[in-house]
Ligand binder design. Structure first.
Ligand SMILES: Nc1ncnc2c1ncn2[C@@H]1O[C@H](COP(=O)(O)OP(=O)(O)OP(=O)(O)O)[C@@H](O)[C@H]1O
Ligand SMILES: [Mg+2]
Length: 250
């Protein structure tokens, strides 16, 4: 379980989040919605200890580990993985090389090249990804959509227990979005992983069926609801919610 307790986060000497609390249990899918610049990506990056973000108060615990004491590598060893709005390209390292090394690092065992290749090929087929992706540099020269599919390959190979998906739908065409969403759903059903999802995309919400939807405003979560909250936002926008909250607070 992930438990974020009264977190304050700074970026570039500016307070972005304050008193931010959130609890995500195993197998749950939580969606974070909010206006541009509300701080959605900031919380994702703070969880993974991006050095551009400084936590000045509160704490984050994941399965009894206080993340304060851990490095990004150690946090990913615990099973956390993020797919960001724009996955970066890494030239000079192929997907296959990275995945084999990451698997060996994760399991502490030598990864047999034949078993690895067989598994990687099967996953490519399942995801309708050309096998040639395996031998290409990570995300290098790939379109936005191809990068997202490539990240799916990483999920299925590395088997994270906690997925952070920051606007995974951006840059995907209708078919690719369905493929990515259904694949993540299937992965969750198979592994009972937890998901923190940043999206406003109705199709993605329909497929991933979130447990809770949270509204991020004023540097923290100001409202939590079920899937119907997304339709309200679609209809009325965020302003209505902020006004409503202001009224509640007074
Ligand atoms: N590394 C950084 N340096 C300086 N300011 C930052 C940094 N990261 C985020 N910010 C600022 O923090 C605020 C929140 O940014 P963040 O990227 O978390 O928003 P977001 O909710 O993900 O927005 P979007 O919907 O546009 O993706 C913004 O005002 C942004 O300019
Ligand atoms: Mg963002």
């Amino acid at each position: 379980m992930l438990k974020i307790d009264k977190l304050t986060v700074y970026a570039d000497n500016k307070e972005i989040l304050k008193d931010f609390s959130l609890e995500i249990k195993d197998g749950e899918t939580h969606v974070l919605m909010g206006t541009n610049g509300a701080g959605k990506s900031t919380i994702c990056r703070a969880i993974l200890k991006d050095p551009n973000y400084t936590v000045t108060a509160g704490e984050i615990n994941y399965n009894d580990h206080n993340l304060k004491d851990l490095t990004t590598t150690e946090i990913s060893r615990l099973g956390m993985m993020m797919i960001s709005q724009s996955p970066i390209a890494i030239e000079g390292v192929t997907n296959a090389e990275m995945l084999r090394m990451a698997l060996s690092e994760k399991t502490g065992e030598h990864i047999d090249i034949f078993k690895f290749s067989k598994q990687a090929r099967e996953i490519c087929e399942k995801l309708s990804i050309p096998e040639s992706f395996l031998h290409r540099d990570i995300n290098s020269g790939m379109s936005g959509g191809e990068r997202k599919k490539n990240e799916l390959l990483h999920i299925w190979m590395l088997k994270p227990s906690f997925l952070i998906l920051d606007e995974v739908d951006s840059g995907l065409d209708v078919d690719a979005l369905k493929l990515v969403a259904n694949s993540i759903k299937e992965y969750q059903e198979e592994t009972n992983c937890s998901i923190l999802l940043i999206t406003h995309n109705p199709k993605l919400l329909e497929i991933l069926k979130p447990t809770y939807i949270h509204i991020l405003a004023d540097k923290k979560i100001v409202k939590t609801g079920d899937a119907s909250l997304a339709s309200e936002i679609e209809k009325y926008g965020f302003k209505e919610f902020l006004d409503e909250n202001d009224i509640e607070r007074n």
